[in-house]
Structures are given as C-alpha cells and as structure tokens.
Ligand binder design. Structure first.
Ligand code: FMN
Length: 205
C-alpha cells in the first residue's frame, strides 16, 4: 500500500469529507484503489449478497467520453480516476455459492441459497436490480469514507446517462449504476457542511 497519510478514524473521515470537483492530476496508485475497494467491500448487505461491482476508469480519452455521458461534469475528465459503482443481481444470483461462508455445513449452505433464490424468484428482474442498487448505496457510503480516510477526495455523482455509461463500458443492460465516483487528490476545499440538526431529523419514541 502506498498511502501517504495515517488513516483517519471514521469520525475524522466523516467530518473531513466533502464533495470535491477539482483534482490534482497525480494518479491514484492501484494499491490504494484496491485497498479502498477492499474496505468498501466490508460494507454490510442483506444476506451478505454484496451485489456491488466496480469499473475504475483511468484512461484519459475514456474519461472524456464518460464526462460526455455525465453531462460534461468537469470532475469526470478532471480526476485521475472515476469509479463506476454498479450492481448486478443477475451475476449475484448466478454465483450465489460465493457468498456462503466458509465452513458452512453443505445442507445449511443449500438451505440458504434455496431460500435466497426463492425470495428473488417472486420478483421481476427489474425489481431484483432495484433491490441490488439499494445495497449499492451502502457501498457508496463506505467508498467515500474509505477514500477520505486514506487521504483521497471523492465526488459521488448521479448526474449521468446510465445507458450511455453502460454502452461506453460494455456493461450489460440489466445492471444499475448507483453512482459514479471521481477520486484523487483534491485541489479545492469543497463546501462547508450544511446539514439538518439532529432534532429536525429524529425523535425518540
Ligand atoms: C448519490 C449522490 C449523487 C450526487 N450527484 C452529484 C452530481 O451528479 N454532481 C455533483 O456535482 N454532485 C453530486 N452529488 C454531491 C452532492 O451534491 C453533495 O454530496 C451534497 O451537496 C453535500 O455536499 P458534500 O458532499 O460536500 O458534503 C451527489 C451526491 C450523492 C450522495
């Protein structure tokens, strides 16, 4: 790993993170990207299905094309890498045995996979993919904090044409893309936090 800073604690990363839309051209090392994605993969998901997948777009020409699909958002072409976070429930269900924990008794593993397949068999493909995309947003939260913790800034984005991004990257039509995430060393401070106070959001019952 080539992380240049001591990892921030979770609360430090949460306090420090902002959406950053201007980046230094310094590349993100693959060791750091893989550590960020390993940490991201520690996110919880229902039944531990982990339906998230990633394409890391580094090639400048491809990033410019990706920026076109993202309505010209400058951070897509301007960051050294953009992580396309997508979710694929068809792949998840095809390879369900991958999520059975090591050491599980074979009958218990079969009961688990049969139960999960049974639940999703009652849904349409689109419903299954919507379910997977919701899990993907858990991974998004982990991704931006893991990156921040290791000294990288991010810009999560929903402003893109999913069909255009899928076509550009050769992704199957059925997948969902919860977010594009520009990542790199930030070259601006970002906006100060502006958030609802807890009492506006929560009540005790
Ligand atoms: C799912 C999601 C989609 C977003 N889409 C965009 C986007 O397309 N373009 C953009 O500039 N910012 C986008 N943002 C950033 C938000 O505007 C930003 O998180 C919010 O204003 C709070 O600011 P902060 O991230 O600096 O704390 C997105 C954020 C999230 C979580």
């Amino acid at each position: 790993m080539t992380v240049a800073v001591a990892p921030l604690t979770v609360s430090q990363a949460v306090e420090h993170r902002r959406s950053i839309r201007a980046y230094s051209p310094e590349p993100v090392s693959h060791a750091d990207l893989e550590e960020i994605l390993r940490l991201t993969g520690l996110a919880p998901s229902a039944w531990n299905l982990q339906p998230w997948r990633f394409v890391i777009v580094e090639d400048p020409a491809l990033r410019r094309q990706l920026a076109d699909a993202a309505y010209g958002q400058a951070q897509v072409a301007g960051a050294p890498a953009v992580i396309v976070l997508y979710t694929d429930m068809a792949d998840t269900l095809e390879r369900l045995d991958d999520v059975v924990r090591p050491g599980t008794e074979p009958e218990a593993g079969e009961r688990f996979t049969a139960q999960v397949r049974g639940v999703f068999a009652k849904q349409t493909g689109a419903e299954r993919e919507t379910w997977a995309a919701a899990q993907g947003y858990i991974a998004l939260g982990y991704l931006v904090l893991a990156a921040e913790s290791l000294g990288y800034s991010t810009s999560p984005m929903l402003g893109f044409d999913p069909a255009g991004v899928k076509k550009l990257l050769g992704l199957p039509e059925h997948v969902r893309i919860p977010a594009l995430v520009a990542i790199g060393r930030g070259a601006e401070a970002g906006q100060p936090h502006h958030r609802h106070p807890v009492e506006r959001l929560a009540r005790y019952a």
